[in-house]
Design a protein around this ligand. Structure first.
Ligand SMILES: NC(=O)c1ccc[n+]([C@@H]2O[C@H](COP(=O)([O-])OP(=O)(O)OC[C@H]3O[C@@H](n4cnc5c(N)ncnc54)[C@H](O)[C@@H]3O)[C@@H](O)[C@H]2O)c1
Length: 371
């Protein structure tokens, strides 16, 4: 089988990593065939002397003789570059978030319609984490029963000021499209909807620049409600250290807690609602049996998604993270921001056009350029 020729757009932190992964043969069947960076092509030639380089993505798509492309650029460019790559007939992997707002995500997904033979994936590497795969599988097979509540405290995304100063696009409404919700949390927001589906209402409190000299949110507490009665709380920040990553799920058949490498399932011997109507003891609760799972690794992460992208193109595997599913994490992040900014509860599906207008206003009133 001929090697799959992959080009990379954006050779910063992530693009450099993917370039090394491909050069080191970590995605068997694929080779690094082109690099594109809009600035500093000379640096590229020094770091990757044997790989052809371009400073214009459109030219690389046209001249690079590529089969596929990975887009690892700042957020606001994912949609135009993704559309251009799809229209050039390439298989595409786009970094998270697939877009900065829902309407843009819809435009990107629409560009894939009618081109289903082109594989279109998103880099949701945390879908390879066996802890979240365990939860998703146990919800699907009914082990947990109806989910009543999920609480996720994901505050171990600490970033110092130097991080925000490391790229002019970072922490800006124009480039990043938001803060912790659009940059760090697309992973957890994606996992949330992957495990629990989409809520019908969100109320959130978002603090802009609470811990950093930035214009976007770096501290969020959101309450989510579902049609089926489930509720949830999602708490995140880039300002606390040490942070926490704790997911707690209260279900009909017990409670799951994931923290660190351990997943603990306290299984009710009698489902909670059945017990509640059947017991005659006023202060009793169902007995539980503890099941502890210890996970030594967090899965293959980026390499797993990269290998899966190659395998999907070769027709050997189904995609782990189809790009079209990336709209959900965008929508959750947008709805939380809109709720925080307007001090209102937001009904989902989110009005994509209204949010686009809101973001436009934020970009127009940004003082970053003036600084
Ligand atoms: N999946 C993950 O775990 C993970 C982790 C970190 C970042 N990311 C995502 O990866 C993407 C890139 O982040 P990063 O930290 O590598 O950023 P970065 O700033 O280090 O690199 C981005 C690069 O893209 C280049 N670029 C910008 N516009 C371009 C264009 N139009 N054409 C070609 N090159 C262009 C810039 O010059 C820069 O070299 C973002 O979407 C980010 O959210 C994902």
């Amino acid at each position: 089988m001929t090697a799959l020729r992959i080009g990379l757009v954006g050779i910063g932190n992530m693009g450099s990593m993917y370039a090394r992964n491909l050069l080191e043969g970590k995605a068997p069947g694929a080779e690094l065939a082109g690099l594109c960076c809009n600035i500093n092509l000379d640096r590229l030639k020094t770091s990757f002397p044997d790989t052809p380089g371009w400073n214009n993505a459109g030219m690389m798509f046209a001249e690079g003789n590529l089969h596929a492309v990975i887009i690892a650029t700042p957020h606001d460019s994912h949609v135009p570059l993704g559309i251009a790559a799809l229209e050039a007939g390439l298989h595409v992997m786009v970094e998270k978030p697939i877009a900065v707002h829902k309407a843009a995500a819809e435009r990107l997904i629409a560009a894939h319609q009618g081109r289903e033979t082109q594989v279109f994936s998103a880099m949701f590497n945390q879908r390879t984490d066996p802890r979240y795969q365990w939860v998703r599988a146990r919800i699907a097979d009914g082990t947990l029963g109806r989910i009543h509540r999920a609480n996720w405290i994901i505050t171990d995304w600490f970033r110092p000021e130097a991080y925000y100063a490391s790229g002019s696009w970072r922490a800006s409404w124009a480039g990043d499209g938001g803060g912790v919700l659009l940059n760090q949390c697309p992973h957890q927001l994606d996992l949330w909807q992957w495990m629990f589906g989409m809520p019908s209402r969100i109320r959130a409190f978002c603090h802009l620049g609470r811990f950093h000299d930035i214009e976007v949110e770096d501290d969020v507490t959101a309450y989510l409600e579902y049609e089926n009665g489930m509720s949830g709380v999602f708490i995140t920040t880039t300002g606390e250290a040490p942070g926490t990553n704790r997911l707690e799920i209260a279900a009909e058949n017990g409670r799951v807690v994931i923290e660190g490498k351990n997943l603990c399932f306290d299984r009710n011997t009698v489902p909670v609602s059945k017990f509640s109507v059947e017991t005659d003891k006023p202060f009793s609760a169902p007995e539980t049996e503890r099941q502890t799972e210890h996970f030594e690794t967090i899965g293959e992460q980026h390499i797993g998604i990269l290998k899966n992208f190659v395998a999907a193109i070769q027709g050997r595997e189904k995609l782990i993270a189809p790009a079209a599913e990336g709209i959900h994490s965008v929508e959750l992040g947008n709805a939380m921001l809109l709720s925080g900014l307007t001090d209102k509860t937001i009904d989902l599906p989110l009005d994509a056009k209204a949010y686009e207008k809101q973001l436009k206003k934020l970009i127009e009133s940004s003082t970053l350029k003036k600084k």
